[in-house]
Design a protein around this ligand. Sequence first.
Ligand code: ADP
Ligand code: MG
Ligand code: MG
Length: 251
Amino acid sequence: MLEIKNLHVKLEEDDKVILKGVDLTVEAGKVHAIMGPNGSGKSTLSYVLSGRDGYEVTDGSATLDGEELLDMEPEERAAAGLFLAFQYPVEIPGVGNMTFLRTAVNAQRKARGEEEMSAGEFLKVVREKAKQLKIDAEMMKRPVNVGFSGGEKKRNEILQMAMLEPKMCILDETDSGLDVDAMKLVADGVNALRDEGRAFLVITHYQRLLDHIKPDVVHIMADGRIVKTGGPELALEVEHNGYAGILAEVL
Ligand code: ADP
Ligand code: MG
Ligand code: MG
């Protein structure tokens, strides 16, 4: 589903090379995790896939079901079925969460040549999905993310993901302050949305999240590359021995 080949990326501002040849294939129906020490380029990878400004791809490719993502505008990537969990965390006073999410869903539908959802229809679907995910839909009435607690932001993220029905979900759980409850929320959401037609890439510095989301494949990223790939046991190895042992072995 997602195929990244030899991806090289540098910062536009100072030509610093961050990604030095990332190779990664994520198959449909699978959950892959990327772990790695701070500064190894995990967030940069997710930003580049989302189409954020400030990064220059100097080599390589990233395709979603064979379509080149790196040539697309961010909204085209969303229409193609890519979802990045950090894409909509902004606080927007005065704009209702419901209106905001409906706009995102309809922009995606429009780009796919599908009919837009009416307010009534949207409300019905949101309520259904919120119920399935055991999320209180009351949050939808408040302005986007304004005054949301960490847990509410996570709930909102999962609901956004459920509504956009992406093929490929990328979650960059950078927040070292992600408490156990928030972590459970993310994990329950991912587990509920696991499907044979959908894949997840969960990026995390900490092993704890992977106690709740059982990954099929674990990758270790260091110095701008994937340096080791294995099963869930790789995450346990990191938990017990840290990154030093693995890095000594491969670098
Ligand atoms: P990780 O998510 O694995 O901690 P990052 O992708 O955040 O790693 O960062 C990788 C490296 O790139 C770090 O050395 C970081 O300082 C640098 N970096 C990333 N983005 C920027 C930026 N916009 N400006 C300056 N340095 C950056
Ligand atoms: Mg970091
Ligand atoms: Mg990061």
